[in-house]
Write a protein that binds this ligand. Structure first.
Ligand code: NDP
Length: 322
């Protein structure tokens, strides 16, 4: 089969479209014929070596959807042809992947592989951020950075559904429009305006109850500075680079909370994985959660997909099609 591998860390050119052996299903595994691969910012960290991960060479990617091709010993409840989706399993930039059956989610009728690969990782991330890490209450003021990004557009919709008031930041007017369409109440172009000052102005100096910050290095200090008393700083990514070490005394100005959550810690058990994924897939099916899947590339063009994602040229979800 074909797959996109890295043999050394580097830029998008490090992604190599190559022949590799077909996988076979081991004990408790199913091999999936991948129909759509989800591209996530975490793939950029893995490719560049910011998050080194398992030994090289290896196949990049952690999210996909497709049809079950074969099941291994000990697998029950899955059969050839079932449409499934999964995330957080390394090696999805490929035509096929052997995946633990315990991490596969059957797609609800009416949704296709593109929906599955578009929403599993970013949708469950948005879900745990606003339902578990800091459960948003009606009337909460909420800051969401990169509001037109993959996670951003989904998180805005979920926070609005929970009754929050959303401040979203974006880099361009075109992205601002998308964030507004997703429901953001107040959109700030953080490349042109000081978002912390804008938020202070708009809230009579009070600030927000929670900042969901996936940008990291360039936004961290200001995100902390616009939190209300006992506010929550949820640092869940580093698109602009890692945040330098933090002095805990910065949290003393208002008895603040700081956390650095990961999806893996919020989908630990099968029960938790099923509960979050069924919410998210159910909302897509009912139309409550709108997906924006505008950027599709052939699997062989994974390098170009990375260039655009890193270059802030994408909105919503980026998919690779084998
Ligand atoms: P996005 O689609 O949001 O793309 C990243 C966005 O970040 C860009 O579009 C851009 O939006 C913004 N950005 C700001 N500064 C930079 C910069 N210097 N370089 C590049 N982008 C920048 O990606 P994802 O939805 O895949 O991921 C969003 C974030 O969430 C990432 O940081 C990712 O690591 C994190 N994440 C964390 C998870 C967790 O469990 N902890 C799980 C999933 C994702 P703009 O142009 O508007 O500024």
């Amino acid at each position: 089969m074909k797959a996109v591998q890295i043999t050394e860390y580097g830029g998008p050119e490090a992604l190599k479209y190559q022949d590799v052996p077909d996988p076979t299903p081991g004990e408790g595994q199913a091999v999936v014929d991948i129909q759509a691969v989800g591209v996530n910012f975490t793939d950029v960290y893995s490719r560049s070596g910011v998050n080194p991960g398992p030994a090289l060479p290896r196949i990049l990617g952690v999210e996909a959807a497709g049809a079950v091709r074969a099941v291994g010993p000990g697998v029950t409840g899955l059969q050839e042809g079932d449409l499934v989706a999964y995330c957080s399993i390394a090696g999805s930039y490929a035509e096929q992947q052997a995946v633990p059956a315990s991490r596969l989610i059957k797609m609800p009728a009416g949704l296709d592989s593109k929906d599955g690969a578009a929403v599993m990782l970013q949708g469950m991330t948005a879900h745990y951020l606003c339902y578990s890490t800091y459960p948003v209450q009606t009337g909460d003021r909420v800051l969401i950075h990169a509001g037109a990004g993959g996670v951003g557009l989904l998180l805005i919709q979920m926070v609005k559904h929970l009754g929050g008031y959303v401040f979203a930041t974006v880099s361009t007017e075109a992205k601002a429009q998308l964030a507004r369409e997703a429901g953001a109440d107040h959109v700030i172009l953080y490349t042109q305006q000081d978002f912390a000052e804008e938020i202070k102005k708009a809230t009579d100096g009070q600030g927000v109850q929670v900042a969901y910050d996936s940008v990291g290095k360039t936004t961290f200090d200001q995100s902390i500075s616009c939190l209300d008393r006992r506010g929550h700083m949820v640092l869940y990514g580093a698109a602009s680079g890692p945040v330098p070490p933090v002095d805990p005394r910065v949290l003393g100005n208002g008895s603040l909370y700081l956390t650095r959550p990961s999806l893996g810690d919020y989908t630990v058990t099968r029960e938790e994985l099923e509960s979050r994924s069924s919410d998210v897939l159910g909302w897509v099916k009912s139309g409550q959660l709108k997906l924006r899947v505008e950027h599709l590339f052939p699997l062989s063009q994974a390098g170009e997909a990375h260039r655009q994602l890193e270059g802030r040229a994408t909105t919503g979800k980026v998919l690779l099609i084998p």
